[in-house]
Design a protein around this ligand. Structure first.
Ligand code: IMP
Length: 483
């Protein structure tokens, strides 16, 4: 066979979300009983398989908080300074907890004006007052300072130590609630035997527990959150490490010698879970797993993103469904499928796509477009001809690249071309509404397949190919739909 003609021999047919359907199967469960809990990374349980993309028009702290409360997980974008990204992570971790560990404090000689500014900026309503770093001497609340002279010192308006209600580390949630109720206080500082501040319990946190029963939380009751880093930005990863539950590499082509080397080093120097990507093929996954000691998750898919022009520019692609199957099979070979989660990233538009990705072996999906349209995403909202839209652009677009260029030395582009576009996506309402729809749609899909949990999707779901003409028949047709 001629050398080049042989390249066409037995080439792969590559299926995408658009080409496949799931065949119905016998069901024993009602959709509402279907369990959607899964893992975002090795051992990191979340209640819904929905993860938001690390993009600056998608995941900031606001969206990460809302999504984790609903049971999913947000990955904070890196198109900002390290300090800003760390602050986003801290905001998520402070949003809810049993005991806040990362307490914002002031000293007795702080001015009322300064305390006011801190409370406004961080959106908190009480600050413990400490001396010598962590010796508790009082607490100052919004009520104490709201109408006070801004020039006064905090020491003259705070509730002093002798009148403070405090508790020790061992206090249970119920006891804390009881104490706060009895003494009509909303903040309960946690102190050790020597009077040093060890944490803070707030009434708000306790009451939030009941409001978000599905939330994805860590052992301290705080919301789970991830953060994206460049594999070359070890300093950023180290700074984020103590605040986030997972660190996710953010690179278009992870299967690259320099990237693998840098990531191998990173995996040894951080303690958060480590998710790598993006990857597209079985060989890439096998090599990455053999070269990097600790990989806790795989971010799969190249070229499918709704804002992605990589394949237009380069004609190189490993669409998300294909890449997901490649990873799932590579992990299966090693006996690791189910232990190291596969995250299907890019091109997911609706619950049908999510169901396909799970059937292909994914544990969860990463979505940009879907979440960019929510109220909580950071992008701007605009009205075009009476309809609302939110701004959305690729991280490889000229817009995002220009923003990153000013930031740090890791922003130095390795390529001189744009690989993303900018535009607008329809406004979809709150994260809670969007997640509610996704959850119900996915449960319905799994109900048809006959799977009562995601691991059963891996076993039971069967694919069938539908040619382009056929796709027209399985959506509304021959009807005029106004609007
Ligand atoms: P979407 O959900 O289809 O909009 O795809 C979002 C995914 O596209 C992200 O999670 C990234 O993996 C990927 N992505 C983000 N920005 C770019 C870009 O500029 N070019 C190519 N892919 C991108």
């Amino acid at each position: 066979m001629a050398r080049f003609a042989s390249k066409l021999e037995g080439i792969e047919t590559l299926y995408t979300f658009n080409d496949l359907v799931l065949l119905p199967g016998k069901s024993y469960v009602e959709p509402r009983e279907i369990d959607l809990s899964t893992y975002a990374a090795r051992g990191l349980r979340i209640n819904l398989p929905f993860i938001s993309s690390p993009m600056d028009t998608v995941t900031g702290s606001e969206l990460a908080i809302s999504l984790a409360r609903e049971g999913g997980l947000g990955i904070l974008h890196r198109n900002c300074s390290v300090d800003e990204q760390v602050e986003m992570a801290r905001r998520v971790k402070r949003a809810e907890s049993r005991i806040i560990r990362d307490v914002v404090v002031v000293t007795p000689d702080t001015t009322v004006g300064e305390a006011y500014r801190i409370m406004e900026e961080k959106n908190i309503h009480g600050l413990p007052v400490v001396e010598d770093g962590d010796r508790l001497v009082g607490i100052v609340t919004w009520r104490d300072i709201r109408y006070s002279d801004r020039g006064l010192r905090v020491s003259s308006v705070m509730t002093p130590r002798e009148r403070l209600v405090t508790a020790s580390e061992e206090v249970s949630l119920e006891e804390a609630k009881q104490l706060m109720h009895e003494h009509r206080v909303e903040k309960l500082p946690i102190v050790d035997g020597e009077g040093r501040l060890r944490g803070l319990i707030t009434f708000r946190d306790i009451s939030l527990k009941g409001r978000y029963p599905m939330a994805s939380r860590d052992e301290d009751g705080r919301l789970l959150v991830g953060a994206a880093v460049s594999p070359f930005d070890l300093e950023r990863a180290k700074r984020l490490d103590r605040y986030v539950d997972l660190i996710v590499t953010d690179v278009a082509h992870f299967h690259n010698e320099n990237v693998i080397r840098a990531a191998a080093k990173m995996s040894r120097e951080i303690s958060a879970r480590f998710v790598v990507g993006n990857l597209g093929t079985r060989e890439a996954v096998l090599e990455v797993l053999s070269r990097i000691e600790r990989v806790d998750g795989l971010r799969m898919g190249m070229g499918s993103g709704s804002i992605c022009t990589t394949s237009v520019v380069t004609r190189v692609a490993a669409p998300t469904l294909y890449a997901t199957i490649q990873a799932a099979d590579a992990l299966d070979e090693l006996g690791l499928h189910g232990e190291i989660p596969v995250l299907a990233d890019g091109g997911v538009r609706n619950t049908g796509d999510i169901a396909l990705a799970l059937a292909a072996g994914a544990s969860a999906v990463i979505m940009g477009n879907v979440f960019a349209g929510t109220r909580e995403s950071p992008g701007r909202l605009i009205a075009i001809q009476g309809k609302y839209y939110k701004e959305y652009y690729g991280m490889g677009s000229a817009r995002a690249r220009a923003k990153r260029a000013g930031l740090d030395r890791y922003s130095k582009p390795s390529k001189d071309i744009d690989e993303g576009v900018e535009g607008w996506v329809p406004y979809r309402g709150s994260v809670s509404d969007v997640v509610g729809e996704l959850r119900a749609g996915l449960q319905a899909a799994m109900g048809y397949v006959g799977a009562s949990r995601i691991t059963e999707m891996w076993e039971k779901a069967r694919f069938a190919y539908i040619p382009p003409q056929g796709s027209l028949e399985i959506k509304p047709h021959d009807i005029f739909i106004p609007g």
